[in-house]
Design a binder for this molecule. Structure first.
Ligand code: CA2
Length: 148
């Protein structure tokens, strides 16, 4: 079995492609998940994708990764800037965590500049559009796949 990566997207990211294309691009979340799954297979990784608008459901998904997943790619959406609970859940996961933001949060409002999740993340990608998810997968492959 290839090492499993859990791709987690937080609140409102189900709207990718539907609104605000100037900030978030034109690809839908389904496009992003399909591309990540295809890339994962190429890189010798497995992929499971999950999205929720609910903080507790995101925490349950992160906790479930403890038994099943080798690594996590997470875009926590606005919870990035508010959720100590998501940080705590990630701190209880032993594998590598890559944080992704579609937009460059540092070029936006001041309240988006702080990330609780970055206190745990092994890598952070922001402002690369949805391509950031693929960059994150490649980083996890180099950490998790021998010779990857
Ligand atoms: O840039 C990112 O990926 C964010 O995590 C996206 C969050 C935002 O709160 C963070 O500060 C940065 C918002 C996701 C909203 O996604 C939408 C996508 C399309 C249309 C409307 C919202």
């Amino acid at each position: 079995m290839p090492p499993l990566v859990l791709l987690i997207n937080g609140p409102n990211l189900n709207l990718l492609g539907a609104r605000e294309p100037a900030i978030y691009g034109a690809d839908t979340l389904a496009d992003v998940e399909a591309r990540a799954a295809a890339l994962a297979a190429e890189l010798g990784l497995g992929l499971e994708a999950f999205q929720s608008n609910h903080e507790g459901a995101l925490i349950d998904a992160i906790q479930s990764a403890r038994e099943r997943a080798a690594g996590i790619v997470i875009n926590p959406g606005a919870y990035t800037h508010t959720s100590v609970a998501i940080l705590d859940a990630l701190n209880a996961f032993d594998g590598p965590v890559i944080e992704v933001h579609v937009s460059n949060i540092h070029r936006r409002e001041a309240f988006r500049h702080r990330s609780y999740v970055s206190l745990r993340a092994d890598g952070v990608i922001a402002g690369c559009g949805v391509e950031g998810y693929c960059l994150a997968m490649r980083r996890l492959a180099s950490l998790l796949v021998p010779g990857g």
